[in-house]
Design a protein around this ligand. Structure first.
Ligand code: DLL
Length: 436
């Protein structure tokens, strides 16, 4: 089934024409409503009249996460505050989150994009569907929730946490579909094993997995352990949230909702556009968004646009799985974490040298984060001479980290001189998970 054949199966000519018209409109809209974009265009001697077809997009300037941060909180918002009906936030690189406001129309388009994804996965009115992305500032929970309601399945807003109760509900309510991070799906499988809930006692058949990178091996393992078919769901808060793209039954790349989000792949160094089939940085322009449209937003995600047509009948272009990032963002238990956030905490504590290391691992299918930090020599022995004093410092550090990162981390305070000094570009991460 296809939710909106008119938009998901357009001819390429029609799609490009629609994209061109929408691009002109959004450029005109931000030109008049967002000083940041107006100034950028004026600097390049561009006016909205110069943007007539989708090919003109290459004339426009890029937008980066730094631009969003510099304009915190509402500087890039285009709609008046009275039109905004929801605000989400995602982690920034320094502790300032990125704020994204949505109008009623944005929420309605987002819900439809999510409905398109769920329909492609095979979710329908008869399904009982558990949304186990976090509800809150993160776009995963509410974003998926609205789509399930639009499709007409019964939504179970399980959110994250409380996994044992959730596992029992999956069995007792006959839940047939689940949306969560792939690592949470594995954790759920493990919890079920522990509770003695077997595959033949549950009715799960569809999984909508995303918000973090995952491999084909993980897909196989989840499918095998939960007895479902797992589909990719991709998105990012700055552009919308879950459902910027979604896999169909062919499971060969994810179809982009390109009537709303125009994709480009660029060389992250030269910033030149790359042709289909070549891997580079994914860039999105929102074509219909009102709250906070973005123009040529650099996602930092590395992937390619797949050439050729998809046998499923959809004509929307497909992107490959994410193959890495051009920055150092980590996704730990579905939460975006930048080493610079840890650094910002380290720098506020006088006991520590500016030397730290994030050690990320996956133990029993659950991501773990340990932050190692080095004591300054003057605090070593002198002030911190009892185990209680060290413990107190560890606790204060852990609490500050939690409030900045939104996830818990183990901390390890190291003696002066014991964190490895790098020879060249300093590295702050040891990631043992091998996700790409
Ligand atoms: O993770 C939105 C989302 C929620 C997508 C639920 C899918 C499901 P952010 O927190 O802003 O938004 O993080 C966006 O997560 O740039 C990618 O690096 C990564 N990411 C998201 N989906 C996938 C995926 C949500 N399917 C960042 N595969 C993105 C690989 C993904 N990476």
């Amino acid at each position: 089934m296809i939710w909106n054949p008119n938009k998901e199966c357009m001819s390429r000519e029609q799609m490009r024409e629609l994209q061109g018209k929408r691009l002109h409109k959004v450029v005109e809209y931000v030109y008049h409503n967002v000083p940041f974009y107006r100034h950028k265009l004026q600097e390049m001697d561009l006016s909205p009249e110069d943007i007539r077809t989708i090919d003109d997009i290459v004339k426009l300037p890029f937008t980066t996460k730094k631009d969003l941060r510099d304009n915190y909180p509402f500087g890039l918002q285009a709609a008046p505050q009275s039109e905004i009906i929801r605000i989400h936030a995602s982690s920034g690189t320094t502790g300032n989150p990125t704020i994204v406001g949505y109008t009623r129309k944005d929420i309605s388009i987002w819900s439809e994009c999510m409905a398109r994804s769920l329909t492609a996965y095979g979710v329908g009115r008869e399904d009982t569907f558990s949304v186990s992305y976090g509800y809150g500032l993160f776009t995963g929970g509410l974003g998926a929730h609205n789509g399930v309601e639009m499709v007409g399945a019964a939504v179970v807003p399980a959110s994250t946490g409380n996994t044992e109760k959730h596992a029992r509900l999956i069995r007792d309510l006959g839940i047939t579909g689940i949306a969560c991070t792939p690592s949470y799906a594995l954790y759920l499988a493990e919890t079920m094993d522990r509770l003695g809930i077997t595959k033949d006692q549950i009715k799960l058949r569809i999984g909508a997995f995303g918000a973090e990178p995952w491999t084909e091996n993980m897909r196989k393992e989840i499918q095998e352990r939960l007895g479902l078919k797992g589909f990719n769901l991709y998105g990012l808060s700055e552009v919308m949230g879950p459902s910027v793209s979604y896999e169909c039954d062919e499971q060969n790349g994810s179809h982009i909702n390109e009537d709303h989000f125009f994709p480009e792949i660029i060389d992250p160094v030269t910033l030149e556009p790359l042709p289909a089939g070549q891997t580079g940085e994914l860039v999105f322009t929102t074509l219909t968004k009102e709250g906070m449209p973005v123009i040529r937003y650099r996602t930092r995600d590395l992937c390619s646009i797949l050439p050729g047509e998809c046998p499923c009948g959809r004509t929307n272009v497909r992107m490959s799985a994410i193959q890495g990032r051009t920055d150092d963002m980590l996704i730990i238990r579905g939460i975006n974490v930048f080493p610079s956030q840890v650094e910002s905490v380290v720098l506020t504590m006088k006991e520590f040298a500016p030397l730290y290391m994030l050690v990320v691992d996956r133990v029993n299918n659950l991501d773990t984060l340990m932050v190692q930090v080095e004591l300054r020599p003057d605090f070593f022995n002198a002030t911190l001479d009892t185990p209680a004093a060290i413990e107190d410092l560890e606790q204060r550090f852990a609490a500050r980290l939690r409030s900045v990162l939104s996830i818990g981390a183990k901390v390890q305070i190291k003696a002066p001189g014991t964190i490895e000094r790098s020879q060249g570009k300093s590295t702050h991460v040891i990631d043992k998970r091998k996700l790409y």
